[in-house]
Design a protein around this ligand. Structure first.
Ligand code: ZN
Length: 134
């Protein structure tokens, strides 16, 4: 059996990558729930449907748009731009700090959240904005 690179395999690899980041962070922060680390790793994808339902971000359904799904991301700068990923990472770190984690753990949680943008940037079609309004 051989492994063939395809858009579907790339998307699966991206999900594995987000999960791998959470698992790697867990080895560094054994007292933090893996659930919170997974939530941080997928954080931008958790924000996206909320912004979509609120009408802040837009998507079109175009059958056959990609091999993985029929979604064309028309606009998603508030959940998936690099600038906002950093803002959301700072917010996550701030919440972690507020509930009593150390600065190091809070920083790691923020970095895990920002890592989502990097992995999406590698695996998406080139549609990820750097900042809102770009
Ligand atoms: Zn994403």
């Amino acid at each position: 059996m051989s492994y063939e690179a395809s858009p579907s395999n790339l998307k699966q690899a991206m999900f594995v990558g987000h999960t791998a980041i959470a698992l790697a962070a867990k080895t560094r922060t054994p007292r933090v729930s893996l659930g919170w680390l997974v939530a941080a790793a997928f954080g931008l994808d958790l924000l996206w449907p909320i912004f979509l339902l609120a009408g802040i971000e837009q998507v079109s359904i175009v059958p056959g748009a990609t091999a993985f799904n029929p979604l064309v991301f028309d606009s998603y700068p508030w959940s998936h731009s690099l600038l906002m990923a950093c803002v959301w990472g700072l917010c996550a770190a701030g919440v972690a700090r507020w509930i009593g984690t150390s600065n190091g753990v809070a920083g790691l949680i923020g970095a895990v959240l920002v890592s989502h943008w990097i992995l999406d940037w590698v695996s998406h079609v080139p549609d990820l904005p750097l900042w809102p309004g770009q």
